[in-house]
Ligand binder design. Structure first.
Ligand code: F6P
Length: 319
C-alpha cells in the first residue's frame, strides 16, 4: 500500500477536520501518500481528488466543518456507481480509503472493501447514533453549542416567565437531547426512544411556576415532533406563555471541543494503522474509553444504546 484516500460524507460534524489531519499526518509519517477526496462519495465517483501534505492540514484541528466538503449521495448504493468509484481510485493509484461519516457512509466503505479497496469507517456525526461506539466525532461539540444556546434561552424565558420548547438535532436518536437537557437543568426531556406523558410534563411545569420558578425549558429531540406541534399539544394542558425554538444547523458548526479533537485524532491515527496491517471493512469506535473495531456488517445489525439513565435522573429532579 502506497497511497490512501480520505473522505467525509453525510452531515458535517465538528472534529471531522481533526480526523482528516490525524489520518494525513499519521499516513505521511508512515511513508504513505494521502489524497483528499472532495464532496464525499459524489467526489469519489467524479474523481475529485487532491493531494494532501502535512502542511495542508496544519491549523485544521481547531476548525469546524470539513475542508474536504461533504455530500449526501444515495446513488452510491447502486453497484454500478460503486464500481465507478473503485475504478477512479485504481486509476489514481489509491489502494485504501478512510471514510468519516454517519451510518450511510459505512455502506459505502463496505462496498469499496468488497471491490478490493480496503476501507475503514470512522463515526463522524453529531447525532451519536452509531452502534459500538460511545462517542461519535462531533457529538460533544454539538452538545456544547446546544447547551450554550439553551443557557441563553433560559435568560429570556425567566425574564418573561415563559416556557420554551427547544428542538435539538439527532434524527431518531435522543442522545443530544438527554445530555443537553441534563446539562441545562431542563424541566423535561423528550426523546423518540422512550414514551412520554405530555399531561405529566404540563403538571410539572405548573407546579414549578406555583413554587416560584420563573421559567420552563423542555428539550425536545427532533425525532419526536416539531417544536411548534409540541407547543400546541402542551397548551391543551395548561395556559402557558410558551415559545417554540429550533436550534437546527447551528449545532453542526463551531470549533470542536477537546473531546472531539482528541477522539478524532485517536481514531484517525488508529484507522491508518489498521490499513497498514492490511485490514478493511472495519468500523472504528471508542468503547469504555478504549479504541475498538467491529466488522462494518455488525453495525448494520447493531443498535446504538443511549445513556437512558439520564432521563430517569432528570425526572427525579423534577418531581
Ligand atoms: O445527521 C446529522 C443531522 O444534522 C441530523 O441531526 C439532522 O436530522 C440532519 O443531519 C439534517 O440534515 P440536513 O443538513 O441535510 O438538513
Amino acid at each position: 500500500m502506497k497511497r490512501i484516500g480520505i473522505l467525509t460524507s453525510g452531515g458535517d460534524a465538528p472534529g471531522m477536520n481533526a480526523a482528516i489531519r490525524a489520518v494525513t499526518k499519521t499516513a505521511i509519517s508512515n511513508g504513505l501518500e494521502v489524497f483528499g477526496i472532495r464532496y464525499g462519495f459524489a467526489g469519489l465517483v467524479a474523481g475529485d481528488f487532491v493531494a494532501l501534505t502535512a502542511e495542508d492540514v496544519d491549523h485544521k484541528i481547531s476548525q469546524g466543518g470539513t475542508f474536504l466538503y461533504s455530500a449526501r449521495y444515495p446513488e452510491f448504493a447502486q453497484e454500478e456507481v460503486q464500481k465507478k468509484g473503485a475504478e477512479q481510485l485504481r486509476s489514481h493509484g489509491i489502494d485504501a480509503v478512510i471514510v468519516i461519516g454517519g451510518d450511510g457512509s459505512y455502506h459505502g466503505a463496505l462496498a469499496l472493501t468488497r471491490l478490493g479497496i480496503n476501507s475503514i469507517g470512522l463515526p463522524g456525526t453529531i447525532d451519536n447514533d452509531i452502534p459500538y461506539t460511545d462517542y461519535t466525532i462531533g457529538f460533544s461539540s454539538a452538545c456544547r453549542t446546544a447547551m450554550d444556546a439553551i443557557d441563553k434561552i433560559r435568560d429570556t424565558a425567566a425574564s418573561h416567565h415563559r416556557v420554551f420548547i427547544v428542538n435539538v438535532m439527532g434524527r431518531e436518536c435522543g442522545d443530544i437531547a438527554m445530555r443537553v437537557g441534563v446539562a441545562t437543568g431542563a424541566d423535561a426531556i423528550v426523546i423518540p426512544e422512550r414514551p412520554y406523558d405530555i399531561k405529566e410534563i404540563a403538571e410539572t411545569l405548573k407546579r414549578h411556576f406555583a413554587d416560584g420558578k420563573d421559567n420552563g425549558i423542555i428539550v425536545l429531540a427532533e425525532g419526536v415532533m416539531s417544536a411548534d406541534k409540541f407547543k400546541d399539544e402542551l397548551l391543551k394542558y395548561g395556559d402557558f406563555d410558551a415559545r417554540a425554538n429550533v436550534l437546527a444547523h447551528m449545532q453542526r458548526g463551531g470549533s470542536p471541543t477537546v473531546t472531539d479533537r482528541v477522539n478524532a485524532t485517536k481514531m484517525g491515527n488508529y484507522a491508518v494503522k489498521l490499513l497498514l496491517d492490511g485490514k478493511g471493512g472495519l468500523a472504528v469506535g471508542i468503547e469504555n474509553s478504549k479504541l475498538a473495531t467491529h466488522d462494518i456488517l455488525d453495525l448494520f445489525d447493531g443498535k446504538h444504546q443511549g445513556d437512558y439513565a439520564l432521563l430517569d435522573i432528570n425526572k427525579e429532579m423534577n418531581k
